[in-house]
Design a protein around this ligand. Sequence first.
Ligand code: F6R
Length: 241
Amino acid sequence: MELHVFKTAQDASQYAADMIIDLVKEKPNAILGLATGSTPELLYQNLMADYKKNHTSYKDVVTYNLDEYVGLAPEHEQSYRHFMNEHLFNGLDINMENTYVPNGLGIPEENAKKYDAILNLIGGADIQILGIGTNGHIAFNEPGVPFECTTHAVDLVPATIEANARFFDTIDDVPKRAVSMGIASILKAKKIILLAFGEAKAKAIQGMFEDEISSQMPATALRNHPNVVVLVDEAAASLLK
Ligand code: F6R
C-alpha cells in the first residue's frame, strides 16, 4: 500500500480528485466505485468545482456505490442514493442511469443478489474510493465478516450506528441493517483510494497497516491488493510507527 500524509483533508481530497479527473479525461467511460459518509465530501466538492470550471465530462462514466441502508427509500434525506445525488451527481453531467446504488427497499438479501449481478456485468472499478470506520470497517463490512463475501445484507454494529447517528434526528432513527458490497467485490477494483481524516480514524489507520491480516480488522484485506493508495491527514496518521 502506498501512503501519503497531507497537512489537511482538503489537500488529500484535491490529490484524490486529480487522480479521478486524470482517469476520466484519459478514459471517458471509466468505472468509479464510490463511497458516502463525511470523508469523501471534499473530494466530491473538488470534482464538482472542476466540472464547473473545466467541464471535465462524466456523461459516459459509470459509477457504483458501496452500500445503502435497509428501509430507506431513494428520496429519504439520509439514504445514500440521496447523498450521492446531492453531493456529487447533481453537480456533474453524469447520466443518472449509469449510477448504481443498492436498493434499500424490499428484501435485502434479494437486493444484494441483484446488485452483485449488476457489478458482474459492469466489471471492477478503475478507481474505488473508500472511507474507513473507526472500527476498521470498509463499506459496511464490520469486524468478523469473511473477506470472501460479495454483496450481502449486514447488521450494523452498535459502534457504527452510534457513529452515524449524527446524520439522524435520534439514534433510534438510524437503520440497523444495510446492503453492502463485500470485501471480495471491493478488491476487484483495479485501483483503490482510501481516505481518512481526523484523530478518530488514527486507530483504524494504524490497525490497517500494522495488525495481522484478519477479518477482525476488515481494512487489513486491502494489504492483499496490489494497487492501494492511502491518503490521510496528519491526525489520522498520528499513531503510525
Ligand atoms: C460509506 C461506507 C463507510 C464509511 C465509513 C466512514 O459508504 O461504506 O464504510 O466510509 O463508515 O464514514 P465517515 O466518512 O462518515 O467517517
